[in-house]
Design a binder for this molecule. Structure first.
Ligand code: Z5A
Length: 212
């Protein structure tokens, strides 16, 4: 019998929902229970493409909106060979933002439709589980002010939230909504339960292709 593959688990959510905190905790919990797991994040600012994106987000450079959208997607595609290799080796990948952020953020800009925004990411490795950390703006505000990066304004984040809600209507993706207003341990418990289920359910199934 072929060896079991790792699961591809994605955390999405609005600004300050706790994605990074929870990705780290999940990887630690999986590793402590003897399950190989690693964290990834998008954008991955360490690559040449990622550095272009990082300068754009930090407002050190300007890029045309279609161009930066395609760079975000290229940043995912360039890591697909590594992702597939790790999943084949039985390593579960816990990913902080993925193609859903790509589609939600660009389609929140004037003149972009969700369908166009999804296209460049069609065929990416399909997550076995996508958890959306739900947090309303008032609760997010209690966690501190917006940072200084591009997109960190309340009006834009509201549009992004609406686009995520549209994306979550797609039944071809295994979405779970997590109440991110709970304390860190309660959120982690929910995320761990969904993740263990996904790992067990998908370990003998082939990896899917996103939005295909
Ligand atoms: N973007 C895009 O346009 N296109 C794409 O394709 C992709 C991304 C992939 C990348 O930002 C930006 O790029 C992002 C989307 C866009 N723009 N925005 N906005 P990033 O990934 O570098 O950073 P971020 O995702 O925006 O980080 P974040 O949203 O600010 O944070 P978070 O990861 O969700 O939360 P956190 O860092 O874990 O926690 C935030 C604070 O809350 C921190 O002080 C924690 O201690 C606290 N926290 C966390 N959990 C709790 C609970 N449960 N209770 C109380 N306090 C908590």
């Amino acid at each position: 019998m072929a060896s079991k593959r790792g699961a591809l688990i994605v955390l999405e959510g609005v600004d300050r929902a706790g994605k990074t905190t929870q990705c780290k905790k999940l990887v630690q919990a999986l590793q402590q229970s003897g399950r190989p797991a690693e964290m990834m994040r998008f954008p991955d600012r360490s690559t040449t493409i990622g550095q272009l994106i990082s300068a754009y987000l930090e407002k050190k450079s300007d890029l045309e909106d279609h161009t930066v959208h395609l760079l975000f997607s290229a940043n995912r595609w360039e890591l697909v060979p590594i992702m597939k290799k790790k999943l084949d080796q039985g390593i579960t990948l816990v990913v902080d933002r993925y193609a859903f952020s790509g589609a939600a953020f660009t389609s929140a800009k004037p003149g972009f439709c969700l369908d166009w925004c999804k296209r460049p990411d069609v065929g990416l490795p399909k997550p076995d589980l996508v958890m959306f950390l739900q947090l309303n703006p008032a609760e997010a505000a209690l966690r501190g002010q917006f940072g200084n990066e591009r997109y960190e304004t309340s009006a834009f984040q509201k549009s992004v939230q609406e686009r995520f809600e549209q994306l979550m209507k797609d039944p071809s993706v295994n979405w779970k909504v997590i109440d991110a207003s709970q304390n860190v341990e309660e959120v982690h418990a929910d995320i761990r339960t969904h993740s263990l289920n996904a790992i067990n359910e998908t370990q003998n199934m082939p990896l899917g292709e996103l939005w295909k």
